[in-house]
Design a protein around this ligand. Structure first.
Ligand code: NAI
Ligand code: HPV
Length: 530
């Protein structure tokens, strides 16, 4: 077997390289121009990066062998995650590895601004002794407005409180309880802008947060306000803040991140001592770099070994714990999805997924993804996986209905019912696990059966009457198709029934037509599960 290949396209700690080297050939190539990256990416199974590499749609589409993209840090805004998802590439990050580093950088920025440390340092080094010029302010009893009370915002709030600051926060997605625990008063954004002596940003850059601080909002702030951005460039309108700083309409700003990086030529670099600029250093501590490199390298290693990743940003709800616990049920969902997809025909319009009995107490999301993966596997083969199954289904216009019925199951551990509507009509299958992991198909189109899945299967709908089983057996025999097992399911004697045959050999072309001509047979379907 050839060894997997990992491209590391930004500087990462050696601890990460060592982990990757356990399972792969690791090539470190930093500062690659886009066209170079596009050229070499087809050779690689994994890509590991920080904020320096732009993983565009073009890179992803060229990465035909890519299984995973690992961001050694938090923000994945330099990766086209939608394109990766579409291609079934898992994107992972390190959600907590650099929290403390980024929070401490923001706090350092607050204090640097308050005491003008960078400017005072330059002045002393220039041989001056300007004690009067560098009178600062205390942060004690000042109001800090925290925008985004996630991991970094929370740590900033905790330390700022210890310094005696009053805390207000804006984050529409956190609960009052969380804010209270952090001693923050949740307020709306306008009020935060008006009341704060210091504003610190800890939110992702999204369409909602782009230019959140602009000329208009700057005009509503205190003329002494000091603004810190260690989150993402583009959340502040750079020309608007440069103008406000130049005109001394605000007290100061400390920025670590920029709309375009490296910053290069910008009105920001022309500004005086009220502006502190650092080159995206929030995560740049030795500790954080070891944390994120190890965290992400371990995930890349695991995915290359066929194991799930713990912090995948594009497989919602599927972490290794869930995967481990649910593995047999995911396999059941995939098998049933594959079967019902073949029974209902090529173009599926709707899939109903019902978790029954004990299974109803589980999260349905992984099971639904498993069922969709199975359903689409005939059309997409290995192109469909847990990353892109939902998006592929959505793009094909497949409606998914999820239901739960805790009361309905004859099987300990519960059962799973899938119903698909497609070009061959509406069909349903139900299955359960025997013991811990053995799959049993327990129902087909509402007829009770009990068979394990097999590579080649034949299902017939027929009248329960003497002779049919023999006729089918002879017909298959005449084509040299060996029957491994056979079972009939019926609701009433001599009524409608299903026959399920597991076959050792694939059915030859055209045989289904002949089967449906056998007297008493109303319909016949084949399913291939290998
Ligand atoms: N400068 C640097 O080197 C670093 C920057 N970062 C950046 O810091 C930011 C925060 O990171 P974490 O705290 O780890 O993320 P997080 O996901 O823990 O927290 C983000 C918070 O923002 C909130 N939020 C989302 N949209 C919002 C909106 N429109 N208005 C207000 N709040 C909103 C969320 O509810 C969440 O509580 C990210 O943008 C990340 O990329 C992270 C690490 C290092
Ligand atoms: O983790 C993040 O979101 C960061 O911004 C850190 O970026 P970096 O890994 O230092 O290029």
């Amino acid at each position: 077997m050839t060894m997997a290949k990992v491209l590391v396209s930004d500087p990462i700690d050696q601890a990460g390289i060592e982990i990757l080297s356990q399972v792969a050939q690791v090539d470190v190539e930093t500062k690659l121009p886009l066209e170079e990256l596009v050229k070499i990416i087809p050779e690689y199974d994994a890509l590991m990066l920080r904020s320096g590499t732009k993983v565009t749609k073009e890179v992803i589409e060229a990465g035909k062998s890519l299984k995973i993209i690992g961001r050694a840090g938090v923000g994945v805004d330099n990766i086209d995650v939608a394109a990766a998802t579409r291609q079934g590439i898992v994107v992972v990050n390190s959600p907590e590895g650099n929290t403390i580093a980024a929070a401490e950088h923001a706090l350092a920025m607050i204090l640097s601004l308050s005491r003008q440390i960078p400017a005072a340092n330059q002045s002393v080094k220039a041989g001056k002794w300007e004690r009067k010029k560098f009178i600062g302010n205390e942060v004690y009893k000042k109001t800090l407005g925290v925008v985004g009370l996630g991991k970094i915002g929370a740590h900033v709030a905790t330390v700022a409180r210890a310094m005696g600051m009053k805390l207000i926060a804006y984050d529409p997605f956190v609960s009052n309880e969380r804010a209270e625990r952090l001693h923050c008063r949740l307020v709306d954004l306008d009020l935060l802008f008006q009341e704060s002596d210091y504003i610190t940003l800890h939110i992702p850059k999204t369409t909602e947060t782009a230019n959140l601080i602009n000329a208009e909002s700057l005009a509503t702030m205190k003329p002494t306000v000091r603004i810190v951005n260690c989150a993402r460039g583009g959340i502040i309108d750079e020309s608007a803040i440069a103008e406000a700083l130049k005109e001394n309409k605000i007290g100061g700003a400390a920025l670590d991140v920029y709309a375009n990086e490296p910053l290069g030529e910008s009105p920001l670099t022309e500004l005086g001592p009220n502006t502190v600029l650092t080159p995206h250093l929030g995560a740049s501590t030795e500790e954080a770099q070891v944390n994120v490199a190890v965290d992400v390298a371990e995930q890349i290693r695991d995915v290359l070994l066929g194991l799930p990743a713990r912090s995948a940003v594009n497989i919602p709800g599927l972490n290794p714990d869930v995967m481990e616990k649910m593995r047999p049920y995911l396999s059941l969902a995939e098998t049933l999805g594959n079967m019902v997809g073949q029974l209902a025909g090529g173009r599926i319009e709707q899939l109903t997924v019902r978790l029954q009995g004990e299974l109803a107490s589980q999260d349905s999301q992984p099971i639904v993804i498993g069922a969709l993966k199975g359903l689409l596997s005939q059309a997409l083969r290995e192109r469909v996986n847990y990353v892109n199954a939902s998006i592929e289904a959505e793009e094909r216009g497949i409606r998914v209905i999820e239901t739960k019925d805790a009361s309905d199951s004859d099987y300990s551990g519960g059962s799973l019912y899938l119903e698909a509507e497609g070009s061959k009509g509406k069909h349903s299958v139900m299955g359960a696990l025997l013991g811990d992991s053995e799959i049993r198909i327990t129902n087909l189109d509402d007829f009770p059966i009990n068979v394990p899945p097999a590579g080649y299967m034949l299902f017939t709908l027929h009248r329960d009457m003497p002779g049919i089983i023999g006729n089918i057996g002879s017909l298959l025999g005449s084509y040299n198709v060996n029957i491994a097992s056979m079972q009939v399911g019926r609701k009433i004697v001599r009524g409608d029934a299903v026959m399920v045959l597991s076959l050792d050999d694939p059915l030859p072309e055209g045989i289904l037509d002949e089967i449906t001509k056998v007297s008493g047979i109303t319909d016949a379907y084949t399913v291939k599960l290998s």
